[in-house]
Design a protein around this ligand. Structure first.
Ligand code: NDP
Ligand code: OXD
Length: 306
């Protein structure tokens, strides 16, 4: 069995060594143009050339949860694309979202700022019931985030493409219930995959339907957000702020208006990092299962695009 690894976002050697240890029966190498045919490829943002030169792959493993970069390529018909299925990401995502939510609702950002100005000011406590959290996407990550947010006793609304009943979550589904979901939420968390249906979904229309003083946490993809619409709604006072882990252009150009915006907190696409050990254990398990002819979880539906 031959496996190729390709990613420009991470050093290949530790991945290749770890894949060799997990699958000692396999020949594992970094992919290079003109390489002989392989059985599997483990990739992040591969070039089209890899797919064109490897039409016989049995599966393409993505070392991330989001497969939007792969869906833009011309994939051989019938190629099985397998995403990471949690692999240690959901707990990181839950930490990140709870941190951003609590920092905003408890006004820690304001306290930090005031202390640096030498001020010691009390503020009237906010009631968590006034901050219903709307989760867009109730998949592997969204469901875990919903559970974590509930632990802090915030009201939680959830929105998915098909109905996903979750204990303690008021669930909405499909475009028909989107507006009701938005108007019942003050803090909006985006954990949707990026697809033609969801690109630009965080725009003036949708963000404008949140309760006044709304807050956006985008941890999915930068292209979900129409960036000028967020700036306008912050200026108009309809939104109180935003925490963004993802931007349309990463890294952003030095003059990007979000970089120094007083009410936008940015992190460099690290809300849920891919963990090498967990990911390789999962991928190796799936390669073995496929070898035995068994089904595996996390196979992407090419029609839905996630
Ligand atoms: P899943 O595929 O498990 O879940 C996706 C959820 O979104 C599902 O509930 C799905 O609905 C819903 N959804 C998809 N399309 C629509 C639509 N058109 N309308 C309404 N709901 C929709 O994905 P994950 O939870 O694993 O990951 C979500 C995304 O998070 C990834 O695609 C990736 O882009 C991003 N991500 C970001 C990271 C970061 O570091 N910033 C790290 C990891 C992931 P249904 O349940 O009906 O299918
Ligand atoms: C992912 C990511 O999709 O890292 O896993 O963004």
């Amino acid at each position: 069995m031959r496996i190729y690894f390709h990613s420009q976002a991470t050093k290949p050697a530790p991945w290749i060594d770890a894949l060799r240890s997990a699958l000692p029966e396999a020949e594992v190498a970094e992919w290079s143009p003109g390489a002989p045919p392989a059985d599997y490829a483990v990739v992040w943002h591969p070039p089209q050339q890899l797919l064109d030169e490897q039409p016989g792959l049995k599966a393409l493993f993505n070392i991330g949860a989001g497969v939007d970069a792969l869906m833009k390529l011309n994939l051989p018909a019938g190629l099985r694309v397998v995403r990471l299925d949690d692999a240690g990401m959901s707990v990181q995502m839950a930490e990140y979202v709870c941190h951003a939510l609590i920092r905003h609702v408890r006004e820690f950002d304001i306290f930090e700022h005031e202390a640096k100005q030498g001020r010691w000011g009390y503020r009237r406590p906010r009631a968590r019931g006034d901050y219903p959290v709307g989760l867009m996407g109730l998949g592997v990550l969204g469901a875990r985030v919903a559970q974590a947010v509930r632990q802090f006793e915030f009201p939680v609304n959830g929105w998915s493409r098909t109905p996903r009943p979750l204990e303690g979550v008021r669930c909405f589904a499909g475009r028909g219930q989107f507006d009701d979901f938005l108007s019942a939420s003050r803090v909006l968390v985006c954990l949707l995959p990026l697809t033609p249906d969801t690109e630009g979904i965080l725009d003036r229309r949708s963000l404008g339907r949140l309760m006044p003083g709304g807050y956006l946490i985008n941890v999915a993809r930068g292209a979900h957000l129409v960036e000028p619409d967020l700036l306008a709604l912050l200026d108009e006072g309809h939104l109180a702020g935003a925490t963004l882990d993802v931007l349309r252009e990463e890294p952003p150009p030095p003059d990007h208006p979000f970089l120094r915006h007083p009410r936008i907190t940015l992190t460099p696409h690290n809300s849920a990092r891919t963990l090498r050990e967990e990911s390789i254990a999962q991928i190796a398990g799936k390669i073995r299962a496929l070898g035995r002819g068994e089904p595996v979880a996390g196979v992407v539906d090419p029609v839905r695009g996630y």
